[in-house]
Design a binder for this molecule. Structure first.
Ligand code: SAH
Ligand code: AVI
Length: 329
């Protein structure tokens, strides 16, 4: 645990076990007949910076839509969440849009503690520092960890909590993982606590595919960055120029399917895994899914996790939704 200044505590739970888990995941994913890597490995420093660039792209509407809802409705959201003392944010990143919630909590006189939870250490430190400067008196208790595995590290509750999971990141989890994750969040909610979940909504293919394949190639760079992470972390020798970015909407599954396509027949060596992987020319490897939701679908997903919808906020075009959920026993 690091206490950087009185108001900031950051706990880092990425250790030898996390490195071993990454090695295991990658070995499994690259040894399967249909190769796949987990999207959490995008987010080293460079990946986090590239994601920030994505959020500013014309084609990438989700951040703009979510920011608009938060800018307009945060006081209402905070009141509907019962004026919480603590904001826990999963996958917090730069917390750019979170300021709207924090300001509404400050203005309502309830703001005490912010708990950012993110796998990327540098961005969590930077975010904590900026926020204590911007919100005098705010306590920041950050956790650098994998939110799929370390939710129990979230500090004990003192006063009511709002757990926010913004940006549509829930869409990056497969249905089974999502079910388990929401059930665990549901288990963290005490009476009076709320979950605030950001979800991108189903829409026409053209806009979805453009959002994940921008003309400037930023998303392609973000996607290929996972190969650079494997080169550094696992002694791999991926040639980033030997792969191309692919982003297709799978309407049946209701999700973007994001892949890297091998441009040639090639072999890649991962020294730290003592593994050699063969790619055929044209072979595709999945690096991310990004599910799109409907209100009915989300209500069913909540019900399975013992949660009930307590608020629904969309942008005027209904591209994106923020929903409040509470535990129903
Ligand atoms: N909430 C921000 C950032 C979204 S990007 C926004 O709405 O703009 C997704 C964020 O989740 C990144 O900061 C990434 O580092 C983090 N993340 C992804 N997988 C994670 C995991 N398994 N555990 C913890 N953080 C994760
Ligand atoms: C973080 N997550 C919600 C983004 C998304 O839209 O699924 C990640 C992303 N991948 C490509 N562009 C953005």
């Amino acid at each position: 645990m690091t206490t950087i200044e009185p108001e900031i505590t950051i706990e880092v739970h990425l250790d030898a076990d996390s490195a071993a888990a990454m090695a295991r995941d990658v070995r499994l994913g690259l040894s399967a007949e249909f190769k796949e890597l987990a999207p959490k490995y995008f987010y080293d420093d460079r990946g986090s910076r590239l994601f920030e660039q994505i959020t500013e792209l014309d084609e990438y509407y989700p951040t703009r839509a979510e920011r608009g809802i938060l800018a307009d409705r945060s006081p209402e959201i905070v009141a509907a969440a019962g004026d919480p003392a603590t904001l826990v944010e999963l996958g917090s990143g730069s917390a750019a849009k979170t300021r709207h919630l924090l300001s509404a909590m400050r203005d309502a006189g309830c703001l005490s503690t912010y708990v950012p939870v993110d796998i990327s250490e540098e961005i969590t430190h930077d975010t904590a520092q900026c926020l204590v400067d911007e919100y005098p008196g705010l306590e920041v208790h950050g956790l650098v960890c994998d939110f799929e595995h370390h939710l129990e590290r979230i500090p004990e509750r003192s006063g009511s909590r709002l757990i926010a999971f913004l940006g549509g990141t829930i869409g990056n989890l497969y249905p089974d993982a999502r079910r388990e994750f929401l059930a665990r969040i549901s288990g963290l909610l005490e009476p009076g606590d709320r979950l605030l979940l950001g979800t991108d909504l189903v829409k026409e293919r053209r806009r979805l595919e453009a959002a994940y394949d921008d003309a400037g190639g930023v998303t392609a760079e973000f996607n290929k960055n996972v190969l650079a992470v494997l080169n550094r972390e696992l002694g791999a020798d991926f040639d980033l120029d030997a792969f191309e970015h692919v982003a297709r909407y799978d309407a049946e599954a209701g999700r973007m399917d994001i892949r890297l396509r091998s441009l040639a027949e090639q072999r890649v060596r991962l020294d730290d895994l003592d593994l050699e992987v063969a790619f055929d020319a044209g072979e595709e490897m999945r690096t991310e899914i990004s599910s799109k939701f409907t209100r009915d679908g989300l209500e069913a997903i909540y019900a399975e996790a013992g949660l009930g919808l307590a608020g629904w906020f969309t942008d005027p075009a209904a591209d994106y939704a923020l929903s409040l959920a509470q535990r129903v026993d």
